[in-house]
Design a protein around this ligand. Structure first.
Ligand code: ACO
Length: 421
């Protein structure tokens, strides 16, 4: 007999089956808990709750493993382009050259957005946070492409996916260019997806732009490393919004809002803000190391530690190398980056950090690279969203194809009992 769990409640015994994943992780299947016992589970933040089965991403925080559809992120960062990874996440397998060419061609054909979207962009103040602007522009795409997606039509699904993959980089770059006061750029379809991204972000009107391979390589890795991370806050948001049969663009727009928060995608921004604060306080890293270790001080070293990865963040290992390459290539001389290097070196040999297994996480290095590339701090989360897009699309498609029920958690009511009006 396969494994099961027994629950005793009011002298009655209930048996619930164990569900096992392909990597042998196990969970209690409580689908019939309420109908059989009248009970629900209470799990704030869903820390112990599996909301779905998924074939997309496997993550083992203890062993520092992250794989997309079985491929390790180490292999993908070494051997694949972001577009190949996006295809594989969305459609399930690595594309052959014909499939990749077709995907690329379809994206190029859609790499234009309605000029009227500029009116929406224009109405935002220059000081608006780019994530809010990006969420609105993504939502705006619905108005300009109103046909609803027939989930049973491969054609419809593919069309929506291609449109989003094509138009999202343009809208993302527009939020950046607006902050910088630069004219809006159009896609250069003679470039690869990743080179075009660099072109959209960095091409200046008065200069030719030749994508720098070191920069594009670092961008490629960052995008791949952020492409999916199973059922995190923004991905769960995309799935739950989509579970009401809201469309792909609307679901992704909601995911962008979820990613915006400082507890989620906003952490890389927090790293740079911390480094800036240390600099304006005289740059004494030892003082801040001591603050981080002081139990009476709420200060934490931003970019260190991770809720899931307790030995090391496998993404950080990869991106540290890319960060070193970018800093060397650009010959960046930035006191903020010197502070980052000092903190990293001090923390890696400090018993407090060693004992608690606190290592630099992906956000520590991604912030450093973005800063070295001249990307404004408040754009960091937009860069994260660019990478996460194929993950959101893949998760949304999987949820719809599996015909998952509408997401609707329950609650334990703790308010007033019936009151006379
Ligand atoms: N600086 C100093 N001490 C820390 C830090 C830190 N960054 N992180 C954890 N600790 C200490 C805690 O004080 C605690 O010490 P104690 O055992 O003496 O009480 C111990 O390490 C364990 O910490 P927890 O808070 O229990 O670890 P948890 O898993 O809950 O937190 C988290 C993980 C939130 C990421 C935390 O390490 C942190 O706040 N880091 C800084 C913020 C950050 O970089 N967030 C981005 C994460 S990456 C991402 O989300 C994409």
């Amino acid at each position: 007999m396969s494994d099961s769990v027994k629950l005793t409640y009011k002298n009655k015994e209930f048996v619930f089956p164990i569900i096992e994943g392909s990597e042998k992780e196990k969970g209690i299947d409580i689908k019939r808990l309420r109908s059989q016992t009248g009970l629900i589970t209470y799990d704030p933040g869903y820390k112990n709750t599996g909301s779905c089965t998924s074939e997309i991403t496997f993550l083992n925080g203890e062993e520092g493993i992250l794989r997309y559809r079985g491929y390790s992120i180490e292999d993908l960062c070494e051997k694949a382009s972001f577009l190949e990874v996006a295809y594989m996440l969305i459609f399930g397998n690595m594309p052959n050259s014909v499939e990749l060419d077709l995907f690329n061609k379809e994206i190029r054909n859609e790499s234009l957005v309605d000029e009227d979207l500029k009116t929406i962009l224009k109405s935002f103040p220059k000081t608006a946070h780019p994530m809010g602007v990006l969420s609105s522009l993504t939502s705006g795409l619905i108005a300009f492409n109103p046909s609803s997606v027939d989930i049973d039509s491969d054609f419809d699904m593919r069309e929506a996916i291609i449109m989003l993959m094509a138009k999202f980089p343009i809208l993302s770059s527009w939020t950046h260019r607006k902050v910088k006061g630069l004219p809006l750029n159009y896609a250069n379809t003679s470039l690869s997806y990743e080179d075009n991204l660099a072109h959209l972000l960095f091409k200046l009107p008065h200069q030719d732009y030749e994508p720098n391979p070191i920069i594009v390589n670092a961008l490629n890795k960052l995008l791949i490393l952020h492409a999916d991370h199973e059922q995190n806050c923004s991905t769960s948001t995309v799935r739950i919004v989509g579970s009401s049969h809201a469309g792909l663009f609307a679901s992704v727009s909601a995911g962008i809002s979820a990613l915006w928060g400082p507890l989620h995608g906003g952490a890389n921004q927090a790293v740079i803000e911390m480094l800036e604060a240390i600099k304006s306080d005289g740059g004494d890293t030892k003082k801040y190391m001591n603050k981080a270790k002081d139990k009476n001080d709420p200060f934490r070293l931003m970019g260190f530690g991770h809720r899931v990865y307790k030995n090391f963040d496998p993404r950080a290992r990869i991106i540290k190398k890319a960060a070193d390459e970018v800093l060397n290539e650009l010959g960046v001389n930035d006191p903020i980056l010197d502070i980052a290097k000092n903190l990293e070196q001090e923390a890696l040999v400090d018993p407090y950090f060693i004992e608690r297994k606190l290592y630099p996480n992906v956000d520590f290095y991604s912030g450093i690279i973005y800063r070295a590339l001249g990307i404004p701090t408040e754009m960091f989360t937009v860069m994260f969203a660019l990478g996460r897009l194929p993950g959101w699309i893949a998760q949304w498609s999987e949820m719809r194809k599996n015909n998952e029920p509408i997401g609707r958690p329950r609650q334990i009511y703790s308010g007033k009992n019936h009151r006379t009006f």
